[in-house]
Design a protein. Sequence first.
Length: 237
Amino acid sequence: MVFPMAKISASLAMLTALAFLVHPCASAEFHRKLSSWSDSGATWYGGLTGAGSDGGACGYQDAVDLPPFSSMIAAGSPSIYGGGKGCGSCYQVKCSGHESCSSSPVTVVLTDLCPGGPCLEEPVHFDLSGTVPCKWQGVDIAFKVDAGSNDYYVAMLVEYESGDGDLSSVELMQGGAGAWCKMDQSWGAVWRYNSGPKLQPPFSVRLTSSSGKTLVASNVIPAGWKPGGMYRSVVNY
């Protein structure tokens, strides 16, 4: 069974589960930016409409059970998980080579890591739990401040980026500072900043996608922010 796959900016499709349940471990193909198709592998994990694991290695936690993910996610091999920088990226998948396969492509988004087994045996592998659109209709980028943040340290989970879906860098600007400071990737889709001096909110956040597109969420984290708080921007790619 063959699953061609492609990295894309956005798509909307339904998953035909039978194509994956007939053979739990199959060959696949993928390509980036719709340029060409390449071989990859695919397996299925979790329930038919389940979220696979409890939140996954990207740190999205229970968000994978809620719209717009709606329990439809995929885990990627280390080669595409990229130490967490692949979190949120979208790929297009289609099945061929078997009578139960559909030639229609579907879309998957990475929210988890597949760390062993066939995921290490092939250059690229997807452990699928469903499909979602990577164009989040009516949903803006959100920032969930980590519960361990304080006046001198802040970490945040970045969610719901349209377009590429994954990020190459995140920067923070403090209130009145006028300069961007690089944040470090903590793990998965969580980014952190150790300020040294006391932090001065509100905070603006500048995102750079894997293709180099930048986006600024101005003053998205307000004065009086709280650890564990969720702050929604009014922007998206």
